[in-house]
Structure formats: structure tokens, C-alpha cells
Design a protein around this ligand. Structure first.
Ligand code: G3P
Ligand code: MG
Length: 241
């Protein structure tokens, strides 16, 4: 029996529950698991390359130390971005966003949620670089750009009046609809507690789809679907097949 579900499943940092987060191995595994979307995080290297890594520093997920912003891509790519997770993945390195886009060029049904990690370091020009990279592969319409940085959402909207953007926040704030309007976003990325709250319901009614991070329990799926959530982001996208 084929079960059709309304809610979409995005792989959070790729298939990060079983592969090192934000690596090509994690993205390839997500594709194999038939994920509807992939979420990843980007930062900017010293020489202005858009690289896929969650933290501002490389210490936690590679065998190197230091800030991404202080290292050229030539240096960044030499570090092992897999062994911290499992020695089997010692050949994984920090990907360029362009490498992931290249992979997704052949898989156009997959939505790509690029989270601009510019809330702690507001990288100069990151928004424009991401948009240009999307254009090189013709994937601008397949992408959702999200960030915790409200100024960056405004800059994205000024650069492109129609690109899909999403307001990103934690917890259950009360001013989400106002923020969504002020930041001219298309959607809201939130936690389950917000999605299941009266404020979450009002946000959907105001016309903003909700996508929820990070959902790793199978039993949450039905509850979030009942709440009207459009997508969930999971470290284990295969769990929901
Ligand atoms: O984009 C949703 C989610 O990824 C935000 O939190 O820390 O996992 O990037 P984080
Ligand atoms: Mg993220």
C-alpha cells in the first residue's frame, strides 16, 4: 500500500544521524533515503568561498582548529571532516556549496534549504554569493534561504524580490507574524513547541508555512502533521519512509 503524506521530510545537515553532518557522504545518503529536502549550513572562508559547515570554527567537526573566516578554502579542504563521527569517513572534507549544488543539479525534485550561518559573524556579501551560486546551477527556484539574522533576510529580499526565504528562530516568541512580515519572508522555520502552540496555528493561518527542526522521533510526525506543519527537518530522514 502506498501511503501519501502531506508533510515533507528534510535531511537536517544531510543524513547527519548516521553520517558526519554537512558532508557529501551525508548529502548522498539523504538523496538515497528519498528525502524531500536537504538542510545545510554555510559560512564564508577567508578567501570568500561559501563552505558548508555548521560552526564558525572548524574544531568540533574536523581535525583542525580555528575560525572558518581565518582560513582559505585551500587550507580548509585539507582537514578531515569525518573521523570525529566515525573513522570510516576520514576522507570527507568540508564541502563547497557549489559541490552540493552540482550534486543536486541532477536531482531537481529535492528542495535545498541553505541556512546562512551569519548570526554570530555577519559575513560581508554572503547573500549575493549564495544567490550567484544558485544561478550557476539554475537552482534558485529549488532553494529556501533561512537565517537567524534578520538584517540578512532583508538584504536577501532586496537582492531578489521572489527568492524563497524563511524566518528562523528558537522557542515560542509572541511576535512571529510581525517579524515574518517585516522581514518579508515566505515561511517560518521553528521548533515543535512553537508549531504546536496557538501562536504556531495563527502563523499558519496568516499564510506562513511552518517547517520544524529538529524532529528525530517517529511519533512526532502525526502530531506535527495534525498541527498543519509543512515539513520537518530530521537527522534521520530514513526513519519516516
Ligand atoms: O535550519 C534549522 C536548523 O538547522 C537550525 O539550527 O543549529 O541545527 O543549524 P542548527
Ligand atoms: Mg542549520
Amino acid at each position: 500500500m502506498i501511503v501519501t503524506r502531506m508533510i515533507e521530510i528534510y535531511a537536517h545537515r544531510g543524513y547527519s544521524g548516521e553520517y558526519p553532518e554537512n558532508t557529501m557522504a551525508a548529502f548522498e545518503a539523504a538523496c538515497k533515503a528519498n528525502t524531500d529536502g536537504i538542510e545545510l549550513d554555510v559560512q564564508l572562508s577567508k578567501d570568500g568561498e561559501v563552505v558548508v559547515i555548521h560552526d564558525e570554527r572548524i574544531d568540533r567537526t574536523t581535525n583542525g582548529i580555528g575560525y572558518v573566516k581565518d582560513l582559505n578554502y585551500r587550507q580548509l579542504k585539507l582537514y578531515d571532516a569525518g573521523s570525529w563521527f566515525d573513522r570510516r569517513y576520514s576522507r570527507q572534507s568540508i564541502p563547497l556549496l557549489s559541490e552540493v549544488l552540482k550534486m543536486l543539479e541532477q536531482r531537481r525534485s529535492i528542495t535545498l534549504n541553505i541556512e546562512l550561518k551569519n548570526n554570530l559573524i555577519d559575513y560581508d556579501g554572503l547573500e549575493l554569493k549564495v544567490l550567484e551560486l544558485l544561478d550557476e546551477t539554475g537552482l534558485r527556484n529549488n532553494a529556501i534561504l533561512s537565517t537567524f539574522n534578520s538584517k540578512s533576510l532583508i538584504r536577501l529580499r532586496e537582492l531578489d524580490s521572489s527568492v524563497n526565504t524563511a524566518l528562523l528562530f528558537e522557542g515560542v516568541p509572541s511576535n512571529v507574524i510581525t517579524d515574518a512580515r517585516n522581514n518579508r519572508v515566505n515561511a517560518v522555520h521553528c521548533e515543535a513547541a512553537f508549531a504546536m502552540s496557538p501562536a504556531g496555528k495563527r502563523t499558519i493561518e496568516a499564510g506562513y508555512p511552518l517547517r520544524v527542526f529538529t524532529v528525530n522521533e517517529k511519533e512526532m510526525l502525526g502530531k506535527l502533521e495534525d498541527a498543519g506543519v509543512s515539513a520537518i527537518m530530521s537527522d534521520f530522514p530514513g526513519l519516516f519512509n
